[in-house]
Design a protein around this ligand. Structure first.
Ligand code: SF4
Length: 219
């Protein structure tokens, strides 16, 4: 049976173990998919995308990069700006990413859908599985349920990332998760080592205001 998998990738460090383990399993095809519009600011998006590009080439797994459209993400997520991490905003964010991945999977004619999100010990694996299953079913795909952090998966990802000298961010991705937005600094959400970066908060606040006034699809 031909089994073709689309793997939603949240960042390069989190893709290290899934890429290697899946390649060892004999899938007919493995293709990655990077959503990215939840990542702010744009410099940070570009840095993460470039790191993933490097990993893609190094490991021989093609990754499809969605165009960067942060306003589209903000239209949906900004009403939940005050939600804590792991709350309703993150559930919505996962759903947006997984639905986009399922859509891409259908377009590419894959049979299965999975995600790297479950490698993080800070993310709700049961929630990710439920949302992934729903997204896959909506496009006629089979959800490949993996909890990558099992069997020391997270530690292996940290180790491989160090070996390959991958950039490892110190916050999850969106402006609401940044330490310099007044939220407590977190480490290990997607891997951590980088120092603080500069955020032009006023630019992103303006984008939020714009997004709130603009109906989805018209931004
Ligand atoms: S903290 Fe991470 S998962 Fe939650 S909304 Fe922001 S980018 Fe998405």
């Amino acid at each position: 049976m031909i089994k073709r998998l689309l793997l939603h990738v949240c960042c390069a460090p989190d893709a290290t173990v899934p890429f290697r383990d899946l390649k060892a399993e004999g899938w007919s095809e493995i293709v990655g998919y990077f959503y990215g519009s939840n990542i702010h600011p744009e410099d940070e998006y570009r840095r993460r995308a470039a790191t993933l590009d490097f990993l893609s080439e190094r490991e021989g797994v093609f990754v499809s990069m969605r165009p960067y459209e942060p306003e589209e993400w903000l239209v949906h997520a900004s009403p939940l700006a005050d939600e804590p991490e792991r709350g309703a905003r993150c559930a919505l964010c996962f759903a947006l990413q997984l639905r986009a991945a399922a859509e891409e999977g259908e377009r590419r004619g894959v049979t299965h859908l999975s995600t790297t999100l479950s490698i993080s010990p800070h993310k709700d694996a049961a929630l990710i599985s439920r949302l992934g299953r729903e997204a896959a079913a909506s496009r006629g795909l089979t959800w490949e349920d993996r909890i990558w952090r099992k069997n020391n998966g997270f530690l292996r990802s940290v180790q491989i990332s160090k070996e390959l000298r991958l950039y490892r961010q110190n916050y999850c991705g969106c402006l609401y998760s940044r330490p310099d937005r007044g939220l407590p600094e977190r480490s290990g959400i997607c891997g951590a080592s980088a120092g603080p970066t500069t955020l032009k908060a006023s630019v992103y606040d303006a984008r939020i205001q714009h997004a709130r006034k603009t109906p989805p699809g018209n931004s």
